[in-house]
Write a protein that binds this ligand. Sequence first.
Ligand SMILES: Nc1ncnc2c1ncn2[C@@H]1O[C@H](COP(=O)(O)OP(=O)(O)OP(=O)(O)O)[C@@H](O)[C@H]1O
Length: 328
Amino acid sequence: MTVPQTLPPNPDAAIEIRDLVKEYAGEGDAAPKLALKGVSFDVPEGAVFGLLGPNGAGKSTLINIMAGLVNKTGGTVRVWGHDIDRDHRNAKLNIGIVPQEIVFDPFFTPFEVLENQGGFYGVAKALRRSEELLRAVRLWDKRDAYARTLSGGMKRRLLIAKAMVHSPPILVLDEPTAGVDVELRRQLWDLVNELNAEGVTVVLTTHYLEEAEALCERIAIINHGELIANEPTRELVGMMGEKIVAVTVDQDVTDLPADPRFHKCEAVGERQIEITFDKGEMTAGQVLAKVQQQGFTIEDVTTREADLEDVFVQLTEAADARSGQTVT
Ligand SMILES: Nc1ncnc2c1ncn2[C@@H]1O[C@H](COP(=O)(O)OP(=O)(O)OP(=O)(O)O)[C@@H](O)[C@H]1O
């Protein structure tokens, strides 16, 4: 698949977001809802960028603002260097959005869906890429089938092709693999990687932290409308420098072992304890010695490095504690 190789005016940022605020008016007597509270970050050109956050954090609001579907209350957004207010048309031409919901007219075929979208974007017939795109998303053999007869996975792939009809250098995918099986998830990951290898900057939201860890080189985390992290994935995961030891003991756990160096110690089953500690402060051997000293007989042990899920939980819990909020 070919994409234009022109660079944005700020060659480092495909998308620039500054002090972005969104307040939804409350319906009836409801209070207004501040969904984005002054968010600023850049999406680097050429990246696969993950936007994560708990339900209701503001991810879709942010994407919908970039897509021109929701009006912001304050701040600026530049898409490929084009301000979404002052240069709305060029901002729109440089971004392709794959929405969470699958929406097609069921009576159009995949080929017609792409041709219609090309027409919508004013792509001249001779420049349309419907065949190339259908081949890229492995739907060329379904080009004449009604969209309603496609499987869920095929529909998602068609949505990706549809978002690429005007050859945008940026593709945004809102929860691309929500509710899809492992096999299809892998296919979609391959497709994202192929597009990125061709030069497309990809932004995706996902609830699967494993997916973000596998696909994204940089991750921003939003919590209650605030940006609480924006780091290269590897640094984010390594940031904690934590390790987790899970031990199975020979009796039900009533009192947990304790040590001031344990960051966390919790019972995760009747006879299972998970201890999180800093690799720089102690070794797994010292953790086990502590557990034994406190009267536990260890039957089994596994250790693992902290992963994105652990980091995510820690960061969002810490942010909630600071602001006195609870996760909804
Ligand atoms: N049209 C609207 N009117 C009022 N409030 C809204 C509207 N759309 C979203 N919200 C609220 O704004 C907040 C952010 O919602 P948003 O859909 O952006 O979150 P999200 O991070 O995408 O969540 P999810 O992961 O569940 O899709 C939520 O509290 C939501 O209830």
